[in-house]
Design a protein around this ligand. Structure first.
Ligand SMILES: *[C@@H]1O[C@H](CO)[C@@H](O)[C@H](O)[C@H]1NC(C)=O
Ligand SMILES: *[C@@H]1O[C@H](CO)[C@@H](O)[C@H](O)[C@H]1NC(C)=O
Ligand SMILES: [Zn+2]
Length: 472
C-alpha cells in the first residue's frame, strides 16, 4: 500500500514521491556495472567512511523542531498536551504527515495490514538484510510531544543528514513508524511491533479485541484504511533475520542523563514487563445493615492485594524490581454500598525475568489466600502479558559507542526501565537503543521536553550508527 490520497495536499506529495521512486528504480535498471560502481556513480565520488565522521553530519535541528511542533497539533487535546489514539482522525492525519516526510526524504513508503509504516532508502546491495530505525507517534491522553516522535521524525532527519553528507548505504535503511506502542485504545501495548515479531497470541486476541465503545480492532483498522483483506494479519509477521540491525532513538523518560549532564544514553537492556488483571467478587450489601463479621468485602480484598504487590516487589531485594497497581475499580461504587466486585490491574517489571516471575507467582498466591480469608471469589487472575527482557546486541552497542566518541558526545551505558518497540524488534533482529536527556525525566505529560541540541545530538549519533551498521 502506498500513500492513500485523502486530501489535495497528499496528492501532491504522492506525485512527488512517485517521481522519486520511479527515478530511483530506473537508475538501477540502467546499469549492468557492479553494484559498488553504481554507488560511486550515484554519489559522484567514491564512498569514504571518514567523510562521515565529525563535521560532515549536519542535522537541521530547527526544522526538526518545527516538524515536532506541527505533528503535536494533530491532537484531540489542546497544545501543549498531545492526545493521539490509534486509528482516530488525528492519528490518520499524523500518519499522512509521516508518509509525506518520508516521501520528501526520498524514501519509498509501504504500509502493512495494521498500519506499521516503512520508508526505505535502498542500499547499493539491496539483497542484504536492511538496517532499520524507528519508533511510534501515538500518544496517551494529555501526554507530550516527544515520546516516540523523536525516534520517528529524528530517524527521518538522520536519513536527510546522511544524504546531505554524500553517504550511500550498502545495506538498505528502513525507517519504521510502529502502530500503537501505547495501549490506550485496545489495552495492548506495542501492538504493531509485537505483531511484527510474530506473536500468535496477539494475532488470536485481535480477532475478538474491542475498544471501550465496542468497536472491534479489525473494524477500527478498516476505518483507517488498513486490514482490508480478511485474515491477512499474518502478513505483518517479520521473519527472523529480516533486519541486520534495529536501532531506536528515544527520550530517556527518566532523569539520569540530565542530572549527570550526559548527552547520550546507550541502552544495554530493556526491562521485562508483565501485566495482570484481577477480579474479586463478594456479597456486597448495605453499608449500614451488614455488620462487620458478616461481610465479604471485595474492595478490601483488592486493597490488601495492592499492598501485597508492594511487599513482594520489595522482597526481591533488587532496586530493579518494580510493581504498580495503576487501576483499582470498585463496584457498584456507592458510599453506602459494600463493594461486591473489585478490579485491579497490576504492572510489574524487572531486568531479571526469573525474579519478576517470582513476584507474579507470589502475587497469585496472595490473591488466592486473601480471597479465602475474606470469603470472596477470585473471579479472574489473568496474566495479560509476561514478556522476557531484551538485551542489546554487542556489535550495535559498539557502533553506538564509537559513533558517540567520534562525535565527541559524552555517553553512558544504561538500562531502559520503560519498554519500547525495541523490546519486540529484539525478537527478530539484533537491537540497540539511543537515549537522549529530557527535562526532569518528565514523560507522558504535557511538560515533557527535550532541547533541540539534545535531539540533534541524538540524531547525529543515530545517523552515524546507521551508517556504520549499513556498511557491515
Ligand atoms: C572531536 O574532538 C577532536 C579533538 O578535540 C577534534 O579534532 C574533532 O574535530 C572533534 N570532532 C567533532 C565531530 O567535533
Ligand atoms: C458488542 O458488539 C457485538 C457485535 O456487534 C455484540 O454482539 C455485543 O452484544 C456488543 N456488546 C456490547 C456490550 O454492547
Ligand atoms: Zn515511547
Amino acid at each position: 500500500m502506498l500513500l492513500r490520497c485523502g486530501s489535495s495536499s497528499s496528492l501532491i506529495f504522492y506525485a512527488l514521491f512517485y517521481l522519486c521512486s520511479v527515478s530511483a528504480i530506473s537508475g538501477y535498471k540502467d546499469t549492468d556495472e557492479p553494484t559498488i560502481r553504481t554507488m560511486n556513480e550515484f554519489s559522484g565520488y567514491p564512498f569514504d567512511e571518514t567523510q562521515l565522521h565529525s563535521q560532515a553530519l549536519i542535522v537541521d535541528g530547527e526544522n526538526l523542531q518545527k516538524q515536532i511542533d506541527e505533528l503535536a497539533t494533530f491532537s484531540d487535546t489542546p497544545v501543549p498536551s498531545v492526545t493521539r489514539v490509534l486509528y482516530t482522525e488525528n492519528d490518520v492525519i499524523a500518519r499522512r504527515y509521516i508518509k509525506m516526510l518520508m516521501g520528501l526524504a526520498g524514501l519509498s513508503v509501504r504500509e502493512d495490514a495494521v498500519g506499521n509504516i516503512f520508508g526505505r532508502w535502498e542500499g547499493y546491495e539491496p539483497n542484504l538484510a536492511p538496517v532499520a530505525s524507528g519508533s511510534h507517534i501515538d500518544a496517551i491522553p494529555y501526554s507530550g510531544k516527544y515520546d516516540g516522535v523523536v525516534g520517528v521524525l529524528g530517524a527521518i532527519e538522520s536519513i536527510n543528514t546522511l544524504r546531505r553528507s554524500g553517504f550511500k548505504p550498502r545495506r538498505s535503511l528502513d525507517i519504521i513508524m510502529f502502530t500503537s506502542e501505547e495501549p490506550t485504545r485496545f489495552g495492548i501495548s506495542c501492538l504493531g511491533s509485537r505483531l511484527m515479531a510474530g506473536s500468535e497470541i496477539l494475532l488470536k486476541a485481535l480477532e475478538t479485541t474491542v475498544d471501550n465503545q465496542n468497536i472491534s480492532f479489525v473494524d477500527a483498522a478498516r476505518s483507517a484504511g488498513y486490514a482490508q483483506e480478511k485474515n491477512d494479519l499474518t502478513s505483518v509477521f517479520l521473519k527472523k533475520g529480516s533486519y541486520a540491525a534495529f536501532v531506536e532513538l528515544h527520550i530517556e523518560q527518566g532523569p539520569i542523563l540530565e542530572d549527570e549532564g550526559i548527552s547520550i544514553g546507550i541502552v544495554t537492556a530493556i526491562a521485562a514487563p508483565a501485566s495482570i488483571k484481577v477480579d474479586f467478587e463478594g456479597g456486597g450489601g448495605h453499608a449500614g445493615a451488614v455488620l462487620m463479621p458478616y461481610r465479604n468485602d471485595a474492595g478490601l480484598a483488592a486493597a490488601q492485594l495492592a499492598l501485597a504487590v508492594e511487599k513482594h516487589v520489595l522482597e526481591s531485594g533488587s532496586i530493579d524490581t518494580v510493581g504498580t497497581v495503576g487501576i483499582l475499580d470498585l463496584h457498584p461504587g456507592a458510599i453506602n454500598s459494600i463493594p461486591s466486585k473489585s478490579h485491579l490491574e497490576i504492572d510489574t517489571r524487572d531486568i531479571d525475568e526469573e525474579r519478576r516471575n517470582k513476584v507474579i507467582k507470589k502475587v497469585h498466591d496472595s490473591a488466592e489466600s486473601i480471597a479465602k480469608a475474606r470469603g470472596v471469589r477470585l473471579a479472574e487472575f489473568n496474566i495479560i502479558n509476561q514478556d522476557p527482557p531484551a538485551i542489546s546486541d554487542d556489535s550495535i552497542v559498539k557502533a553506538m559507542i564509537s559513533a558517540s566518541e567520534e562525535l565527541n558526545l559524552s555517553h553512558k551505558l544504561m538500562i531502559s526501565r520503560a519498554y519500547h518497540d525495541s523490546l519486540f524488534m529484539a525478537r527478530v533482529s539484533p537491537m540497540g537503543m539511543i537515549f537522549i536527556p529530557c527535562f526532569k525525566g518528565y514523560s507522558h505529560k504535557p511538560e515533557e521536553h527535550a532541547s533541540v541540541q539534545d535531539i540533534s545530538n541524538g540524531v547525529r549519533v543515530l545517523a552515524l550508527t546507521l551508517a556504520k551498521l549499513s556498511q557491515k
